[in-house]
Structure formats: structure tokens, C-alpha cells
Design a protein around this ligand. Sequence first.
Ligand SMILES: *[C@@H]1O[C@H](CO)[C@@H](O)[C@H](O)[C@H]1NC(C)=O
Ligand SMILES: *[C@@H]1O[C@H](CO)[C@@H](O)[C@H](O)[C@H]1NC(C)=O
Ligand SMILES: *[C@@H]1O[C@H](CO)[C@@H](O)[C@H](O)[C@H]1NC(C)=O
Ligand SMILES: *[C@@H]1O[C@H](CO)[C@@H](O)[C@H](O)[C@H]1NC(C)=O
Ligand SMILES: *[C@@H]1O[C@H](CO)[C@@H](O)[C@H](O)[C@H]1NC(C)=O
Ligand SMILES: *[C@@H]1O[C@H](CO)[C@@H](O)[C@H](O)[C@H]1NC(C)=O
Ligand SMILES: *[C@@H]1O[C@H](CO)[C@@H](O)[C@H](O)[C@H]1NC(C)=O
Ligand SMILES: *[C@@H]1O[C@H](CO)[C@@H](O)[C@H](O)[C@H]1NC(C)=O
Ligand SMILES: *[C@@H]1O[C@H](CO)[C@@H](O)[C@H](O)[C@H]1NC(C)=O
Ligand SMILES: *[C@@H]1O[C@H](CO)[C@@H](O)[C@H](O)[C@H]1NC(C)=O
Ligand SMILES: *[C@@H]1O[C@H](CO)[C@@H](O)[C@H](O)[C@H]1NC(C)=O
Ligand SMILES: CC(=O)N[C@H]1CO[C@H](CO)[C@@H](O)[C@@H]1O
Length: 465
Amino acid sequence: MVAGLTALSAALLAAVAHANSPSYGGSSGPTIKVDTGCKYQEYDGTGVSEAFQRGLVIHELNAASQNLVLDYLFTTKGAGMTILRNGLGSATEDPFDLMKSIAPTAPRSNSSALNFIPLPREDEYQVWLSHQAISRGVNTIYADAWSADGYMKTNGTDSYGGYLCGVTNTSCATGDWRQAYADKIVKYIQDYQAQGIAVKYVGFLNEPDLNTTYASMQSDGRQAADFIEVLYPTLQKAGLKTQIACCDGSGWQQNRERLTGIQEAGDEDKLGLVTSHGYSDYPSYPFNTSKHVWQTEWSTFDPTNYAWYSGGDGFQSDGITWANNIHNLFAVSNANGHLYWWGAANTTDNQSLLFINGTSEVRVTGRLWAHAHFGKQFIRAGAYRVDATVTGSSALNVTAFENTDGSTAVQVINNSNDTLSVTLQGLNFRNGAQTWLTNNQHNLTEGHAAVQRGHSGVVAKVPAL
Ligand SMILES: *[C@@H]1O[C@H](CO)[C@@H](O)[C@H](O)[C@H]1NC(C)=O
Ligand SMILES: *[C@@H]1O[C@H](CO)[C@@H](O)[C@H](O)[C@H]1NC(C)=O
Ligand SMILES: *[C@@H]1O[C@H](CO)[C@@H](O)[C@H](O)[C@H]1NC(C)=O
Ligand SMILES: *[C@@H]1O[C@H](CO)[C@@H](O)[C@H](O)[C@H]1NC(C)=O
Ligand SMILES: *[C@@H]1O[C@H](CO)[C@@H](O)[C@H](O)[C@H]1NC(C)=O
Ligand SMILES: *[C@@H]1O[C@H](CO)[C@@H](O)[C@H](O)[C@H]1NC(C)=O
Ligand SMILES: *[C@@H]1O[C@H](CO)[C@@H](O)[C@H](O)[C@H]1NC(C)=O
Ligand SMILES: *[C@@H]1O[C@H](CO)[C@@H](O)[C@H](O)[C@H]1NC(C)=O
Ligand SMILES: *[C@@H]1O[C@H](CO)[C@@H](O)[C@H](O)[C@H]1NC(C)=O
Ligand SMILES: *[C@@H]1O[C@H](CO)[C@@H](O)[C@H](O)[C@H]1NC(C)=O
Ligand SMILES: *[C@@H]1O[C@H](CO)[C@@H](O)[C@H](O)[C@H]1NC(C)=O
Ligand SMILES: CC(=O)N[C@H]1CO[C@H](CO)[C@@H](O)[C@@H]1O
């Protein structure tokens, strides 16, 4: 394995190299010093979701387009993602785009057995999608519920917020439904197990700080802890290895508040993973937790935008913007994983990385290529982020990861309109270095950013925007 440098240039350049022989500067341009002796968090991967029946939309494509989409998302032909977030249904029926529950009909009481049905349409094609993803190297399935079933809640419906009956500050005529909700989650995981799919993490909330017209359930940290105290022993008793993820707050601050509530309740140890979205509050600091942290849903709602760089600032859906967002998540918020919202969807806004139109048309966005630089082609499970310091330029955003085989991947984002020559130090380039470039003319193209080897490290030329 050679060293690698991935460059994002209004451009992105990715470089991969073996660490060890420290080098020194000498070139006139900016310098990037990678220190593999200074390790930060472990890398878990990147991913997407096809919840709300977008798995069906992929399934409806003709074979060639279907393979194209799946390969773009889960192989090194594209983003090389290794995490899939499935939606755990709560609806009573499933017209497009609802996710139907495996227990859609209310039982006689909160203490009666739930009325389970088989996974509706194999869980709205998510079983099929999971098999497809796993066959392409996905190693983590995260199942997340947007809400409990309506009959378990204060407002009698899985939509429009409301609370799970039985948690603090609820008083439902029908009693405490926490055990029933935990039993349903366990049955769902067992149904997947029966299909040969291991659900590694399970979440019981989605954006619990919001009351929305679609499936939603509100919860603060204390209320989340009230349910975790029931779900945790129920998973244990069923002999499942699935760990609890919480709380998929709509933004960093909203999730921090809920995590703090869980910590104050003394229940943090029962969590396997801390999950938060990036929408309502930009992820700009690490959480105070020893648990791994993932950003599990984020996108823009701009109209369809395929560009890497549209020119100017404020194009929240440009590929270069997402390269910076992902850099920031790993390098500033110390996240272990990053998930975009939809991978592929027949939407006309920017909520997906790939656009589907009908049964054959597939279009790629620049955002997909931003994700590819942080995917498994360069960073593999077990890698750690290592220190990367930039001097001589404020236009460069640099992230670096050391793989277990000793190779190092360096993501260099060039936010300037000028082509810069950078000197990369601190890595051993004896076995060479490879570079990959993404900008308006290139999509993860190998060898396009010139790399020259010298005594003082590697000089790589990162093209401008
Ligand atoms: C959620 O919003 C709906 C519609 O605006 C409202 O009727 C309902 O009371 C809200 N629920 C809560 C728990 O605030
Ligand atoms: C319960 O309600 C009281 C009174 O409105 C409030 O002060 C308290 O914060 C609530 N507790 C939780 C956990 O939501
Ligand atoms: C049903 O609700 C009642 C009243 O809150 C509670 O005492 C009971 O434990 C609940 N049943 C189960 C199985 O949780
Ligand atoms: C982390 O904990 C420290 C010490 O308790 C506190 O000062 C800081 O605000 C906390 N940061 C976050 C993000 O919660
Ligand atoms: C997609 O993003 C672009 C650029 O930010 C924006 O102009 C456009 O309105 C977005 N599309 C949708 C449907 O929101
Ligand atoms: C790059 O050039 C574009 C178009 O001239 C301009 O709008 C943008 O602000 C420039 N970006 C930077 C980072 O200088
Ligand atoms: C570069 O990353 C920093 C965080 O490390 C972020 O604050 C900044 O906005 C990024 N630059 C751009 C142009 O997005
Ligand atoms: C997306 O596909 C679904 C399933 O075929 C269909 O019901 C829906 O109308 C489509 N939406 C758009 C915007 O094409
Ligand atoms: C989808 O394809 C149809 C038929 O080719 C075309 O008329 C329509 O404009 C396309 N929609 C989008 C959003 O590209
Ligand atoms: C590169 O990806 C963009 C989307 O960002 C697409 O429009 C373009 O056709 C692709 N170019 C090549 C050469 O594949
Ligand atoms: C950044 O991009 C500009 C414009 O293409 C280019 O002149 C400059 O060399 C690039 N910097 C790096 C470090 O590649
Ligand atoms: C049908 C029903 O019970 N609706 C309730 C949903 O929850 C809100 C607030 O908790 C109530 O105001 C509604 O009456």
C-alpha cells in the first residue's frame, strides 16, 4: 500500500503515504505537517439512509442503473460508504413514502402481547437494500425509529410529536408503554437477524426536539433515559448484541442537551453510540463523552445542485461545502462517523447524493465525490485520525488518518482560487504516494495533482477552485 493524498480543490486532493521518517520544509508554499504519533479518534466510516421508501425507489430502477447507484454509494467506484441507516417503521399503513410498523394494530392493553406482522414489504425494501449494501462491503447497519406507534404515545399518532407513554411528565389513560416499545424494537432486530442481517446499533428517537407532520416523537434527556432504562435490559434479556444509539437530535446543541440529561440520569453507560444530526446547529465542538459519536443525518434543502463548486460563497449544496463540513466533523467535532441523509432519491432538491428520475436516469452530484475522499478507498475501519497542521495558508483544510497497515490518507481541501504548491511533511514516501483530485473538471481522478518527491517531503500541487 502506498501513501495517498486526496486533494479537494475548490479542489480536494487525497494523498496516501506510509508514516515514519519525519521530513523538513523548504518549499515556499504552505506546509502540511502530519504527525502520526499524535492520534485522535477512531474512524468508523461514512454512510447514508434510504428511509421513507427510498429503498423502493432504488429497487424500481432497471438492473444497470440499480447497480450504478449501489456501486456509487457503497464501493470505491464512488463514495465507498460502510454504514447504512435504516428507518424502523411506526406507521399503520405504507403508501409512498411511509414506513409501516411491524405492530400496526393496538393490542388490548399495554400488558398484552403485541400484534406482530411480518416485516411489511420486507421493511419497505430495506432488507433487500441491506443485503445489497453488505455484499458491497457495508459493515454496519443502524436501525433508527422516528417514533413509537401511535397507540404507545400521548397524542395517539406516530406523527406530530407527542411523547412515549410512561416517561417523565406523561400520564396516559392506557398506562406505561415503554416495555411494549422495547419489545417491538427487539422483535424488529430479531426479524433482521432471521434474514441474516445483524443490526449493530438501534435508535428509538429521531430529532426529538421537533414536532413534525411526519413520524416524530419528542423527548428530553431525562425522558430518553426513562426509556433506555427499559430498552437496555430488554436487549440483554433477548441475548442481542445490538447497542443503543441516542438521540439523533436535529442539531449539535439539541443533542448535547439530551446527552447531558442521559448522563445526569446515570445512564450513559447503557449507550453504545451518541448520534446527532447537523441541521439546526452546526457541529462545531466535540461532545463530552467516552462513547463514539456519529453525525447521522444532514443535507441541504436547496434545489437540485450537481456542482462541485458553483463559484462564490453560500452554496450550501456544493460538493466543496460538504468536503469542508466532513473535514470539520472529523477534525473539529472529533466525530467517529459521518452520514449524509439520502444516498439516492427521486427528489428535486438537494436532500440526496444521487438523483433518480424514473426507472433509468441516475445523476451524480459533487457532494458524492466529497464523501468519496473520506470513504473506504482511503480510510479503513480501525484507522485513527492523526494530527495535521497547516502553516502558510488559511485556505487549506486538511484531515489525516492512519490506517492499520501503516498507510496514511491525507485530505487536502483547497478553498482558494489560486493553485497552491504544498509541501507534505512527516510521512515516509519511500513506497511512493498516490494522489486523487476532485474539482469542477475531475471526479476522484487519480494522479492529477502533481506530486514531486524531495528531501523535504512531498510537494503536491493542488489546483485552484
Ligand atoms: C405538534 O404540532 C401539532 C400541529 O401544529 C399540534 O397540534 C400539537 O399539539 C403539537 N404537539 C405537541 C406535543 O406539542
Ligand atoms: C416536567 O414538567 C415540569 C413542569 O412543567 C418541568 O419543570 C420539568 O422540567 C419536566 N421534566 C421533564 C423531564 O421534562
Ligand atoms: C401498564 O401500565 C401500567 C400503568 O402505568 C403499569 O403499572 C404496568 O406496569 C404497565 N405494563 C407493562 C407491561 O409495562
Ligand atoms: C464539557 O465539560 C466541561 C467541564 O465540565 C464543560 O466546561 C464544557 O462546557 C463541556 N462541553 C460540552 C460541549 O458539553
Ligand atoms: C440545491 O442547492 C442549490 C445551491 O445551494 C440551490 O440553489 C437550490 O435551490 C437547491 N435545490 C433545492 C431543491 O432546494
Ligand atoms: C473565487 O472566485 C469566485 C468567482 O470570481 C468568487 O466569487 C469567490 O469569492 C472566489 N473565492 C475565493 C475563496 O476567493
Ligand atoms: C475549514 O475548516 C474550518 C474548521 O476546521 C471551518 O471553520 C472553515 O469554515 C472551513 N473552511 C471553509 C472554506 O469551509
Ligand atoms: C418517487 O418514486 C415513488 C415510488 O415509485 C413515487 O411514488 C413518487 O411519486 C416518486 N416521486 C417523484 C417526485 O418522482
Ligand atoms: C425526468 O425525466 C422526464 C422524462 O425524461 C423529464 O421530462 C423530466 O424533466 C425529468 N425530471 C427531472 C427532475 O429531471
Ligand atoms: C463529475 O461529476 C459531476 C457531478 O459533480 C458530473 O456532472 C460530471 O459529469 C462528472 N464528470 C465526469 C468526467 O464523470
Ligand atoms: C488552490 O487552488 C488554486 C486555484 O486552482 C491553485 O492555484 C492553488 O495552487 C491551489 N492550492 C493548492 C495547495 O493546491
Ligand atoms: C389525538 C391526540 O391525542 N392528539 C394529541 C396529540 O398530542 C397533543 C399534545 O400532546 C394533544 O394536544 C393532542 O390532543
